[in-house]
Write a protein that binds this ligand. Structure first.
Ligand SMILES: *Cc1c(COP(=O)(O)O)cnc(C)c1O
Length: 495
C-alpha cells in the first residue's frame, strides 16, 4: 500500500518517498514523516532466514513505496557490499550477558555508514524518478564523523558531487586525515578558518541563497543535503533492528514473539527513533533505552517533560553525542501530539525562541516505551575498563555510554530481558579515549602506537579504514575563510 509523507509543521501537502528524499526538509521547515507506520508483512520466522540485504528490502519497500522492486534492490546491492568488512554487515557480539549490535563494519567504521552507504543511491534514483536532470551537489558542514561517512558514500557516485567543509583547527588529527585522503573525482574537502558553527552557518546561507539556486539550475546543478533528518537516512536504520531480532531468533537466543529491550547511545535521536519505528511495525521490542552523555537534555526531558537546551555545552569523549538540539525528536513530538502539526509547530517555535518547551501530561503518558538515563565521563571510562577486564571485549566511548545506562536500567528495574545494545563506533575510531580508559599510562603514546596496542589487547584486526590513513597521500589541501565558502563552491563547480 502506498505511503505518502506529511510535514510535521503544516497540514495538507503530501509528498512521495522519492520527493521527500530529494527535498530533505519540508518547505515549511518541518520534517517529513510517513502518514502511518506500515506493519511488517513477512513473519519473523521467514525473515530469520534472510541475509541483511534481503531484510533491508522487506523493511524498506514498506516505506519507499514509489520505488520499484528493481530500483530498491539495486540501491541495496550497491550499498551493502564489500565496503563492509563482514558479509553479515551488522554482526551481534555477546559480552557480559548483552548483545552488542556492531554497526561499525562499513567504510568509516561508525554507524553513520549504515545509512550513508545507501543514501547516495536512494538520492540518484529519486532524481531519475522525478526527472531531475541536474547534477546533485551535496553540501555538508561537519565536526568530524558525518563528513567522512558522506564522502565515502558519495565518492564516484555518478550524477553527484560532494563538498565538505570542516573547521580547520576543530577536528581530531585522525578525523582530518580521514577526510583529506578521500579518493573520488567528485569529492571536495575544505578546511575553513572558523569553528563548526561558522561552517554550519555558511552552508545554511548557501542553501538559502535563491539567486545562487537559480544560477546553479541554469548551469545544470542543484544542492541537496545528507543531513540525518532526511528520511533516506532514517528508513535504512530501521533495518538493523529487525535484522538483529531475527538473527537472535534464528540462533535460538530468543523465542518467536519474545520481547527484547534495545539500548541506543543518542545524540540527534535518529538511531533510537528508527528503533521506535521498528517497534511500531510489530517488532517485539519492550523498552527503548535512551542513553545520553553529560549533555543530558534527553534524560531531563524523559524525567520532567521539559526540553531545555539552555545549559552549558559539555565537550565529552563521545563527541558524536555532544548535541543540545536533537533534531529527530521532532518526529516523536509530532506523534505524541496526536500527529497534530499545529501543536508540534508551537513547541518547536518555543524551542527556537526560548530554547525550551514543555509537553502536556497527556503527551508525556505516551512516552512509556522510553527509559532515559545518562553516563558521566568517569562512568563511561569505567564501563570500558570493566567490560574489557571481565570479558576481553573492547567497546568505544559512545557504546560505553549505552552499556553503562543499560546497567543502571537493570539495577533500577530488575528487568533482565534479552537486550541489544547499539554499538555505534569501532573502538579504533576513538583509540585514545578507549586506551586511556583501560590504562592511564597509554596517554603518553602516539596515535598509531595506540592503534597497534589496541589491536594487541582486543585481538581485533586493525580495520582497513585506519590502516589506510597511516600512509595514504593527502589529496585535498583547500583552505578558505568562512566568508569565502560560496565562491569556493562556485570555483569547484566551474561556474
Ligand atoms: C551519530 C552518532 C551517534 C548518535 O546517533 P543519533 O542518531 O544522532 O542519535 C552515536 N554514536 C556515534 C558513534 C555516532 O556517530
Amino acid at each position: 500500500m502506498e505511503i505518502l509523507y506529511n510535514s510535521t509543521r503544516t497540514k495538507g501537502e503530501q509528498v512521495k518517498a522519492s520527493e521527500a528524499i530529494l527535498k530533505g526538509l519540508s518547505d515549511d521547515g518541518g520534517l517529513f514523516v510517513p502518514e502511518r507506520i506500515p506493519e511488517l508483512d513477512k513473519s519473523l520466522e521467514e525473515l530469520s532466514h534472510m541475509s541483511y540485504g534481503e531484510v533491508a528490502y522487506e523493511v524498506m519497500k514498506l516505506y519507499l513505496t514509489d520505488f520499484t522492486e528493481e530500483e530498491l534492490k539495486n540501491c541495496i546491492a550497491k550499498a551493502y557490499d564489500a565496503k563492509f568488512d563482514t558479509e553479515v554487515i551488522a554482526p551481534l557480539a555477546e559480552a557480559d550477558g548483552a548483545y552488542y549490535l556492531e554497526l561499525f563494519h562499513g567504510a568509516t567504521i561508525a554507524f553513520k555508514d549504515m545509512a550513508l552507504s545507501i543514501l547516495p543511491h536512494l538520492l540518484t534514483t529519486s532524481a531519475k524518478k522525478n526527472n531531475v536532470k541536474n547534477e546533485i551537489v551535496i553540501l555538508t558542514a561537519t565536526s568530524g564523523d558525518t563528513g567522512k561517512a558522506a564522502l565515502a558514500g558519495f565518492a564516484d557516485v555518478e550524477g553527484t558531487r560532494i563538498i565538505v567543509f570542516y573547521p580547520k583547527n576543530g577536528v581530531s588529527p585522525i578525523q582530518e586525515k580521514q577526510m583529506v585522503t578521500q579518493k573520488g573525482d567528485n569529492t571536495y574537502v575544505v578546511g575553513i578558518h572558523g569553528n563548526f558553527d561558522d561552517a554550519q552557518t555558511g552552508v545554511k546561507q548557501i542553501f538559502g541563497d535563491k539567486e545562487l539556486a537559480a544560477y546553479m539550475n541554469e548551469k545544470g546543478f542543484q544542492f541537496s543535503s545528507a543531513n540525518s533528518i532526511n528520511i533516506g537516512r532514517l528508513v535504512p536504520q530501521i533495518v538493523y533492528y529487525v535484522y538483529a531480532y531475527v538473527k537472535l531468533l534464528e540462533e535460538e537466543k530468543i523465542a518467536a514473539g519474545e520481547k527484547i529491550n534495545v539500548v541506543v547511545p543518542t545524540g540527534n535521536f535518529g538511531n533510537i527513533l528508527a528503533a521506535f519505528y521498528a517497534k511500531q511495525m510489530g517488532l517485539p521490542i519492550d523498552k527503548l533505552i535512551c542513553a545520553s552523555n553529560e549533555n543530558k537534555v534527553l534524560f531531563d526531558f524523559f524525567e520532567s517533560g521539559t526540553y531545555d537546551r539552555n545549559r552549558e555545552f559539555v565537550l565529552t569523549t563521545s563527541p558524536s553525542m555532544d548535541i543540545l538540539i536533537s533534531s529527530n525528536l521532532e518526529r516523536l513530538i509530532y506523534r505524541i501530539a496526536g500527529n497534530d502539526p499545529e501543536k508540534n509547530k508551537a513547541l518547536m517555535e518555543s524551542l527556537k525562541e526560548n530554547g525550551s518547551y514543555d509537553i502536556s501530561d497527556e503527551m508525556k503518558q505516551q512516552l512509556t516505551d522510553f527509559y532515559g538515563n545518562y553516563a558521566s565521563e568517569e562512568e563511561t571510562a569505567k564501563t570500558i575498563f570493566d567490560l574489557y577486564d571481565k570479558t576481553g571485549y573492547v567497546i568505544d566511548t559512545h557504546t560505553a555510554v549505552a552499556s553503562c545506562v543499560h546497567n543502571k536500567y537493570k539495577e533500577a528495574t530488575g528487568d533482565d530481558k534479552v537486550t541489544v545494545i547499539a554499538s555505534t563506533a569501532s573502538p579504533y575510531k576513538f583509540t585514545r579515549s578507549v586506551m586511556t580508559a583501560i590504562d592511564k599510562k597509554y596517554d603518553a603514546a602516539e596515535d598509531f602506537e595506540l592503534v597497534d596496542k589496541l589491536s594487541e589487547l582486543s585481538k581485533v584486526t586493525i580495520p582497513a579504514a585506519i590502516e589506510e590513513i597511516r600512509t595514504a597521500p593527502v589529496l585535498h589541501d583547500n583552505i578558505c575563510d568562512k566568508t569565502e565558502m560560496k565562491q569556493t563552491v562556485m570555483k569547484f563547480l566551474g561556474i
